[in-house]
Design a protein around this ligand. Structure first.
Ligand code: ATP
Length: 236
């Protein structure tokens, strides 16, 4: 079976500062894969390199096709969605208009139908459709960001620290919804997170990133049982 995302030897950085030192990773169909790592490990940089926001070396295959040399717009059109750190919703636009922007990759009436479908999946957003995105709570903004990225039905969704800035209860609800979205849509997801307690239980597999290198990988359940992972990322 071809992986949805297949990455080998990914290196990237900022000017002379190399952050990623040759990452190999794959995400299979309908899998949720988590990259765990402390502050500054290179999690955000990994997603930026994969979606083409920063230049990188190595191979990045999306559904079997090499996209490593393509722009981020081209990768989005080929089915790579990215929810950036800090959500990236347009605060001065309404909830509905944010979704409409996400739907621009859909054809014809499909966009409208998709917008209504996402109001059903995230019912908290429906009564707020005319509100500015900036007036939503942090959790609602994160739901909007996920919905906006999902609306064009990407093959692969990259999610940057969905728990950032959210209260534990809200984070738990958001991850439940992310897991449900995966169940319904079968979308492959790569989630970077510091919060292993919340991310590992919904994940199939995980990689542990330290200083731009993967130091451990395995099934989410094996990593939940791993003493060094528990000490470093589970606070136990
Ligand atoms: P956090 O959880 O704090 O967001 P992270 O694992 O996502 O951490 P990155 O944001 O990928 O880490 O940062 C990795 C390294 O790259 C850090 O040393 C950081 O200072 C550096 N870095 C990140 N963004 C830039 C940038 N735009 N220019 C220069 N250096 C950067």
């Amino acid at each position: 079976m071809t992986a949805v995302l297949d990455v080998t030897g990914l290196t990237a950085g900022y000017g002379p500062h190399q952050v990623l030192h040759g990452l190999d990773l794959h995400v299979d169909a309908a899998e949720i894969v988590v990259v765990l790592g402390a502050n500054g490990a290179g999690k955000t940089t990994t997603l930026r390199a994969l979606s083409g926001m920063i230049p990188s070396k190595g191979t990045v295959r999306l559904r079997g096709g090499e996209v490593g040399g393509r722009t981020s717009d081209a990768r989005a059109r080929l089915g790579l969605g990215h929810v950036v750190e800090g959500r990236g919703t347009f605060n001065h636009l309404s909830v509905e208009d944010n979704l409409a922007l996400g739907a621009h990759l859909c054809r014809g009436d499909t966009g409208r139908t998709q917008i209504e479908r996402w109001f059903e999946i995230f019912p908290q957003l429906a009564p707020r459709r005319k509100q500015h995105a900036g007036s939503l709570s942090g959790g609602e903004q994160q739901m909007l960001a996920v919905a906006r990225a999902m609306i064009s039905q990407p093959a692969m969704l990259l999610l940057d620290e969905p728990s950032m800035g959210l209260a534990p209860m809200v984070t738990a609800e958001l991850f439940d919804q992310i897991a449900r979205v995966r169940e319904d849509s079968g979308t492959a997801m790569l989630i970077v997170e510091q919060n292993a307690n919340i991310a590992l239980p919904v994940a199939d597999r995980a990689y542990v990133l330290e200083s731009g290198r993967f130091v451990s990988q395995g099934s989410a359940s094996a990593l939940l049982d791993d003493d060094s992972v528990r000490r470093a990322y589970l606070g136990r």
